[in-house]
Every structure is written in structure tokens, then in C-alpha cells.
Design a protein around this ligand. Structure first.
Ligand SMILES: NC(=O)c1ccc[n+]([C@@H]2O[C@H](COP(=O)([O-])OP(=O)(O)OC[C@H]3O[C@@H](n4cnc5c(N)ncnc54)[C@H](O)[C@@H]3O)[C@@H](O)[C@H]2O)c1
Length: 271
């Protein structure tokens, strides 16, 4: 513990259960001295175990569907009231594709569901930032992070329309990063995380194989959810004040590999 977030207040979305990346981020932010509120979709509050996390972090859960402007307005109003002021950090850890959930192949998408996936997984980030700007709830030098995946840049089978959603998400981080950087020195970044065994991750068929493959490709091995939490906390801290508009790979080196010795060995052509 380094007290990296002492005195800082924020919002953490997307903790569903103890496997969620956001769950680890909340625990780590709490250990590092932050105060925050938790939020998730009303349905997730009924299905998940988020109240246990709230008790542990000595905070409250404010339900909000991330696709609803009214819910963001209500969330910011209640959060700033509960925390006693404006926000220093916010985490977007939200993703869902009905096509993936219903195992629709890429050449057989239900396009109405794709719009839903993009709304939930990407436009919700724009809504989060637009409402925050309008309500002026961010402190100067606040830090905003959204979680993303390399399927936005490189094709991954079975990731379906989430690849498009993540590309939009990353673009929104750049566009809003420019805007909020100019107006309030707020930084906005996406963290592109290794495949991780969570509810959303395991919804993508073959995740276990991606994980094995990525582990063998990455010189540092896959990044765990806890390691992702440590990295995100560093981005919320004062040690990263000039990092903005970036898609930051947190993947053990995977994104810069073409082939590794382990993969060569797996194909029977190792040294
Ligand atoms: N698991 C992986 O392999 C992996 C890799 C890279 C990036 N990510 C990203 O990390 C983020 C968190 O996912 P996770 O892997 O921790 O899984 P998770 O299932 O624990 O978290 C996804 C969260 O999104 C929330 N959500 C869905 N619809 C919502 C809505 N309408 N409003 C508000 N919240 C809603 C869910 O309730 C859930 O808490 C996602 O953006 C995901 O794409 C995951």
C-alpha cells in the first residue's frame, strides 16, 4: 500500500462479482485510500454480489443503466452528494453484446442487437463523459479510464460485434481526451487488458484458448485482473498526469509479438 489515491474521490462501474476486473480495481483503490461510489445496471444489482464489495469498501451502490442519460444524471447527483464534492477519477468497465450472448456468428448478426452492443459498450462512455461535462462534476486533473480489448485492432474469432464496439470506445477516449484536456486538464485513456476469466470474458466462446495462446505469446505472460487493477490505480494517481488520449496495452507484451518460441514449439518447430 502506497496511499496513491489518498484524498481522491470517484466512481467505479462494472463490478458484478469477485471475478470482475472492476471488483479488483475497487478493492485496490480502497486500499490506496480512495473514496468512491459503486454503480452497475439495476439487473446486475439483483444478480451479482456487489453489495458485499460496497460493505468491504465502506460505500454505497447507486444503480444506473449506462445507456440512460437520466441514470447518469442521477448517479452524478447522488455520487457528488455522498462523496461531498466533485470527482477525481471514474472507471468505465462496462461491456455486453446480445449477439455474443446468444452465440450469433459474425455473418449472421442481428443488427438491432449490434446497435445495443455499441450503445452499452461504447456510447455509454460518451454519455458518461457528456453528462459529467454538462453537470461539471469533474475536478481539474481528473483521470478517466475505460477498459478495452485488442480485438479493436486485430481480428479475434468469436469476438463478433464487440470488436466494433471497442473501436468506437477507444475513439471516444481520444475525442473526449482532447476536449477535457483543453478545458480541465482531465485525462482520458483506455486500458487494453489481456483476456481474463470474468463473466463477460467467458461469454466469448474460446476464451480459455485465447488465454493459453496469449500466455504463450506474451514475454511477461497474461496480465491478471489484479495486475490490471494496480495499473488502473496508477492511472488514477498523480504519477500519470500527462498521459492522455492513449490506448494503453496491459497485456504482458502480447500486442507487439508476431510469434514466440513457445508457439513455435507448440507447432513442433522449436529449437
Ligand atoms: N474479461 C476479459 O477478457 C476482458 C479483456 C479486455 C477488456 N475487458 C473489458 O473489461 C470490462 C469489464 O468486464 P469484465 O471482464 O470485468 O466482466 P464483467 O462481466 O465482470 O463486467 C462487465 C460489467 O458490465 C456491466 N453492464 C452490462 N450492461 C450494463 C449496462 N447497461 N449498464 C451498466 N453496466 C452494465 C455488467 O453488469 C458487468 O458488471 C468490459 O468493458 C470488458 O469488455 C475484458
Amino acid at each position: 500500500m502506497y496511499n496513491l489515491l489518498k484524498g481522491k474521490v470517484g466512481i467505479i462501474s462494472g463490478a458484478l462479482d469477485e471475478n470482475s476486473i472492476a471488483w479488483k480495481i475497487a478493492e485496490t483503490a480502497h486500499e490506496e485510500g480512495a473514496k468512491f461510489v459503486l454503480t452497475n445496471a439495476p439487473v446486475a444489482l439483483r444478480m451479482g454480489t456487489i453489495q458485499q464489495l460496497a460493505d468491504k469498501c465502506n460505500t454505497i451502490v447507486i444503480p444506473a443503466d449506462a445507456t440512460s442519460i437520466e441514470d447518469w444524471e442521477n448517479l452524478y447527483e447522488k455520487a457528488t452528494e455522498h462523496l461531498g464534492g466533485k470527482l477525481d477519477f471514474a472507471l468505465h468497465s462496462i461491456g455486453m453484446s446480445p449477439n455474443i450472448r446468444k452465440k450469433k456468428e459474425y455473418n449472421n448478426l442481428n443488427h438491432a442487437w449490434s446497435l445495443k452492443a455499441i450503445d452499452i459498450s461504447a456510447l455509454s462512455f460518451h454519455k458518461m463523459l457528456q453528462v459529467a461535462e454538462k453537470m461539471d462534476v469533474l475536478n481539474d486533473e481528473a483521470s478517466i479510464v475505460a477498459l478495452t480489448y485488442i480485438a479493436a485492432q486485430r481480428t479475434v474469432p468469436h469476438y463478433g460485434d464487440m470488436a466494433e464496439a471497442k473501436a468506437v470506445l477507444e475513439s471516444i477516449a481520444r475525442s473526449y481526451g482532447y476536449r477535457l484536456g483543453k478545458s480541465k486538464k482531465v485525462r482520458v485513456n483506455t486500458v487494453s487488458q489481456s483476456p481474463t476469466a470474468t463473466t463477460a470474458g467467458l461469454g466469448v466462446s474460446g476464451l480459455d484458448v485465447f488465454m493459453d495462446y496469449a500466455e504463450k505469446m506474451s514475454p511477461l505472460g497474461n496480465a491478471s485482473a489484479q495486475e490490471c487493477a494496480d495499473y488502473v490505480v496508477s492511472l488514477f494517481s498523480d504519477f500519470t498526469k500527462k498521459v492522455t488520449m492513449q490506448n494503453l496495452y496491459h497485456d504482458g507484451g502480447f500486442s507487439n509479438m508476431a510469434i514466440s518460441e513457445e508457439i513455435m514449439e507448440a507447432f513442433g518447430k522449436g529449437k
